[in-house]
Design a protein around this ligand. Sequence first.
Ligand SMILES: Nc1ncnc2c1ncn2[C@@H]1O[C@H](COP(=O)(O)OP(=O)(O)OP(=O)(O)O)[C@@H](O)[C@H]1O
Ligand SMILES: [Mg+2]
Length: 282
Amino acid sequence: MKTGDPNSRSVEARASQTEVVLIGVSKKFRRGSLALQDISIRVDKHEFVSLLGPSGCGKSTLLRLVSGLTPASSGQLEVMGKSPAAARDQMSFIFQDATLLPWRTVEQNVGLGLELEHEKKETRIAKVAKMLELVGLTAVAQRYPRQLSGGMKMRVSIARALVSRPSLLLLDEPFAALDEMSRDRLNEELLRLYSEQKWTVMFVTHSVAEAVFLSTRIVILAPHPGRVAHVIPIDLPWPRTAETRLTMAYEEQVAQVSRLLRSVQTASLHSPDGQSAEEVQV
Ligand SMILES: Nc1ncnc2c1ncn2[C@@H]1O[C@H](COP(=O)(O)OP(=O)(O)OP(=O)(O)O)[C@@H](O)[C@H]1O
Ligand SMILES: [Mg+2]
């Protein structure tokens, strides 16, 4: 079963609002099997698209292709109408293993990208201060990473990614290491910033609840080789707040996405050689 088709409208019809487009993209690592096969995904401006799927199905690889850090083996991939490398300065990436520089304070970590871009000192200080305020870190600006909680460290990573005002944000399991309450709170903060700053987001997670809460659309990938199994629009009303999690509509969406994800996982367990997940009934 396939839920929605990312290519149902023509490239031309949606060109003006399309931020990321992958058409028939595959990735084979030099030493390794096919990590991604024939991926077609279109992400419009201001969409929040989450990628879900079993470990090893290629979620991080897909983000790295979009970021331009890793080249695709075949297919067409454009970010804002350019090659990913050419669009690099309009996007920010928070890696799966985001680390802060331990010898730099919070303030200096957040300002790192601006320093590398040779931004003037006064401008840099002002931008960093505004960003720290936005993510609630002003009080700890002079602290070092070892003096912060996990949630605070993640906020610093987010601030560092946002300070250059990216148009496209690529987030790879940013909240995976946090307890549920901290994660919920950061999810709400992320959406507050998203509504203010209007980025386009591609977000990798293993949490169905998180993906449903945050996303306008969820893409479920199947493994061996990594491919798109389902595309699910999330029609919950905006703004989404802690209250959203208490609604029936939210619970139903979580149940639906969980079912589809389980079907992909079951299929991959039974057919490691890559039988189509779409053959599995849900
Ligand atoms: N640099 C590389 N060289 C060879 N194979 C790689 C490389 N990077 C990833 N792979 C392989 O590509 C596949 C997809 O890996 P990827 O890290 O994208 O998965 P993932 O969905 O992000 O997994 P997880 O949920 O565990 O983070 C895996 O089989 C992995 O072993
Ligand atoms: Mg990964």
